[in-house]
Write a protein that binds this ligand. Structure first.
Ligand code: FEO
Ligand code: CA
Ligand code: CA
Ligand code: CA
Length: 585
C-alpha cells in the first residue's frame, strides 16, 4: 500500500489517502476539522470596507487582508494563551483569478487592477482570540495591533550595508529607508517574539534594465516585469534614478507585531539573495544563528552568526537588545562534500565558507558592502555548492539538527549530480539533514545526510528514499515549508505536487528520530490548485495552522471560470486564499 495507516504520530492521526489534483476540498484526518480564520479581502485595519470583489481598489486593499498568504504564525501575546497576533506574508497575486475585468483593454481599469494587486502584497498582523484551548481562533476586527504592511510602509535598512551608495536612489539619497516589502515567502518567529520574512522572487516586479551588469543579471533582472512602473516609476529600471531600487529588496525583514508604530527592518548583515525565509536558533554560546536558503536552481545555503549574544527573559530591555542581534555578525555559505556511495548513503561533510567575518570581507576583490548587496556573486567566487532550490531551512528545537528542503530542479543533468544533489531531472525534490560539528552552530564544519528523496514510492522510474523506513509511506513531492512540533517531529508542506505526482499539495508528518525515522504520513491536503504554506504545528496546544495559497490556480482557471470556491463561505464564486486552523472535531 502507498499510505501509512494507524499512525501514532504527534496527534495520533491516521494518514489521509492522497487526494486527486482536481478535488476542491480541504481534506483532514478522521476526527479532525478545519476552520477558516481570515481570508483575502477581510477587513484588517480600522476603516477597511467589507470585501466586494466587484468594487476592488488599492485604497480598500491597503486595509484588507492581502492575497496569497504564505508564512503564517499566531505569536503568543502578553502571556495570555487565548490571545495572539496572527502574522501572515502575502507573497504574490494571481491577477487572473482576482479581477472580474482582468485583461480589459480599458487603460484606467487595467491600472486600477494593477495598483490593487500591488497593495495585495506585503504582510498582515491581526489580533486573534479564542474561548480557550481547543476552541478556534477568531480574528478581531478592531485592535490597535491590526496592521497591513504594504508598499506605503517605511522600512529601515540596517547593518553594515545601510547607507551604501549601492542602496541609494533619487527618492532615498540616504540609502537607509525603503517603502514596502515584496514577495514575502517563508519566515519564522524568533526566540524574542518578532517575525522574520524572506523577500524572494523580487526581480519580477522590475522592468529592465535593458543593459544589465553581470551582477544585476545574477539577480534575474532584465525582464519585462509586471509593468508596475506605470504606477510607481521606481519599478522601471530604464529610469536611471531608480537603478538601485532592486538592491533595496531581496533581504530578510524583521517585524515586531507587538509594536504597530515601529518601522520594520531589512537586515543587510544577513546578505541579499532570494531568501525563502530565515530561521534562528540560539547557540550554546548565546549567539543567534540564522539559516537561510536562496530558492533558485543551483543556488546556495547560507548562515548568519550574530556578533552579540541573546539575552534571556521577558523584560523589555532584553527584547530591545535581542532585536539588534540580526544587525551585525558573520555571514557564511555552505559547501557540501560527499564521502562516496560505497557506504550506501548520500552523505558527507561540509564547510561554512566565510563571506564576512568580524566586519571584514573574506571575498577577494569585494568590499563588505558589495558582499552583502551582491551576496550571490560573492558565494560564486568562494566555491559554494549549488543545491536543488533550497527553500525552507529549519533547525530542530529538540536536536539542533538543521533540515533543508530542496524543492526540485528539473534542470540538473546527470553530469551535474553530486552526493548532496544525487538525482538528475529532480522533479520531486529532497530533504537534507545537517549536523553542526560538536553541536556548535557557530562553527565552520558540519556533517550531512539525505533524509528524504521524495516521490511516489510506487513509481519505479524514480529513486526514492525515506530515511531508512521501508514500510508504507504517503507519496510526497516538492518539499517547501518545514515546521517542527514540540516533540521534534518534522512536518513538511509541498509546492508543485499536483504537477509531478498528480495529488493535491499537503502537509506531512516525518519523524526524524527512532524507529519511525523517515515514515512520511500525510496529515492534510489543500484544495485543487492550492499550495500548503506557513505551517505551524502546535502539538501541545492541539492544533495546526496552514496558509492556503493560490487555491483554484489550476488549468485554465480565471475569475469567470473558477476551479475552486475555497473557503466555501458563499462570499465569492471563486476562491480566496485564507489562513485555516485544523483542530480536533
Ligand atoms: Fe516562494 Fe521558494 O517559494
Ligand atoms: Ca556516502
Ligand atoms: Ca516557499
Ligand atoms: Ca511555496
Amino acid at each position: 500500500p502507498r499510505v501509512a495507516v494507524g499512525s501514532t504520530g504527534a496527534f495520533g492521526f491516521t494518514a489521509i489517502d492522497p487526494v486527486g489534483n482536481t478535488v476542491d476540498d480541504v481534506t483532514v484526518p478522521a476526527g479532525w476539522r478545519w476552520h477558516p480564520i481570515i481570508a483575502w479581502g477581510d477587513p484588517v485595519e480600522a476603516g477597511a470596507p467589507a470585501w466586494d470583489p466587484q468594487n476592488q481598489s488599492a485604497e480598500a486593499q491597503k486595509k484588507q487582508f492581502g492575497y496569497n498568504n504564505d508564512y503564517l504564525d499566531v505569536v503568543p501575546f502578553r502571556g495570555n494563551g487565548n490571545r495572539g497576533l496572527l502574522v501572515a506574508n502575502h507573497e504574490y497575486t494571481n491577477d487572473e483569478l482576482m479581477f472580474p475585468d482582468y485583461g480589459t483593454t480599458d487603460e484606467a481599469a487595467r491600472l486600477r487592477n494593477l495598483e490593487t494587486a500591488m497593495y495585495a502584497h506585503g504582510m498582515s498582523v491581526v489580533e486573534v482570540k479564542r474561548r480557550g484551548k481547543g476552541a478556534p481562533w477568531e480574528a478581531l476586527r478592531r485592535s490597535r495591533y491590526n496592521r497591513r504592511i504594504t508598499l506605503d510602509t517605511q522600512f529601515v535598512l540596517d547593518g553594515p550595508a545601510a547607507g551604501s551608495p549601492l542602496l541609494r536612489t533619487s527618492e532615498d539619497p540616504t540609502g537607509t529607508r525603503v517603502f514596502g516589502t515584496l514577495n514575502n515567502c517563508a519566515g519564522s518567529t524568533t526566540p524574542w517574539g518578532t517575525v522574520l520574512s524572506g523577500e524572494e522572487n523580487v526581480d519580477q516586479y522590475f522592468t529592465g534594465p535593458t543593459d544589465p551588469t553581470a551582477r544585476e543579471a545574477r539577480y534575474g533582472l532584465n525582464t519585462a516585469g509586471r509593468g508596475w512602473g506605470a504606477v510607481q516609476s521606481r519599478f522601471d529600471l530604464r529610469n536611471t534614478a531608480t537603478r538601485n531600487e532592486p538592491n533595496r529588496f531581496n533581504w530578510v525583514v524583521e517585524l515586531d507585531p507587538e509594536n504597530p508604530d515601529e518601522a520594520p527592518v531589512k537586515h543587510t548583515a544577513m546578505g541579499r539573495f532570494k531568501h525563502e525565509g530565515a530561521h534562528v536558533q540560539i547557540a550554546p554560546s548565546g549567539h543567534a544563528v540564522a539559516y537561510s536558503g536562496d530558492d533558485n536552481r543551483f543556488d546556495y545555503l547560507y548562515k548568519f552568526v550574530s556578533r552579540d549574544t541573546f539575552r534571556e527573559g521577558p523584560s523589555q530591555a532584553a527584547r530591545r537588545h535581542n532585536k539588534t542581534l540580526l544587525s551585525d555578525g558573520d555571514l557564511y555559505v555552505a559547501r557540501f562534500v560527499g564521502d562516496g556511495l560505497a557506504d550506501g548513503e548520500y552523505d558527507g561533510t561540509g564547510t561554512w565558507l566565510p563571506l564576512v567575518v568580524d566586519g571584514r570581507s573574506m571575498v577577494p576583490g569585494m568590499s563588505v558592502e558589495e558582499v552583502l548587496v551582491y551576496t550571490r556573486v560573492a558565494a560564486d567566487t568562494v566555491g559554494a555548492t549549488g543545491l536543488d532550490r533550497p527553500e525552507d531551512v529549519e533547525p530542530s528545537p529538540v536536536s539542533g539538527f538543521v533540515y533543508i528542503a530542496c524543492t526540485n530542479n528539473t534542470r540538473r543533468t546527470g553530469a551535474q549530480t553530486d552526493e548532496a544533489n544525487p538525482r538528475a531531472n529532480n522533479k520531486d525534490g529532497h530533504v537534507i539533514e545537517l549536523r553542526e560539528d560538536a553541536g556548535d552552530p557557530t562553527g565552520r564544519t558540519f556533517t550531512w545526510t539525505i533524509l528524504l528523496l521524495c516521490g511516489d514510492p510506487e513509481d519505479e522510474s524514480v529513486l526514492t528514499y525515506f530515511g531508512g523506513w521501508d514500510g508504507p509511506v504517503s507519496p510526497i513531492s516538492c518539499p517547501d515549508n518545514l515546521a517542527f512540533d514540540d516533540a521534534g517531529n518534522l512536518w513538511v508542506s509541498t509546492d508543485g505536487q499536483p504537477g509531478t505526482i498528480g495529488y493535491n499539495d499537503g502537509l506531512y508528518l516525518v519523524p526524524v528520530e527512532g524507529p519511525e525515522r523517515g515514515r512520511v504520513q500525510q496529515f492534510l491536503a489543500v484544495p485543487t490548485g492550492a499550495e500548503t504554506c506557513g505551517p505551524q504545528v502546535k502539538a501541545q496546544d492541539g492544533y495546526v495552522l496552514v496558509a492556503v495559497q493560490h487555491p483554484g490556480d489550476f488549468g485554465d482557471a480565471s475569475y469567470a471560470n473558477p476551479r475552486s470556491t475555497f473557503p466555501y463561505d458563499g462570499v465569492f464564486a471563486g476562491a480566496r486564499p485564507a489562513c485555516i486552523q485544523v483542530l480536533p472535531a
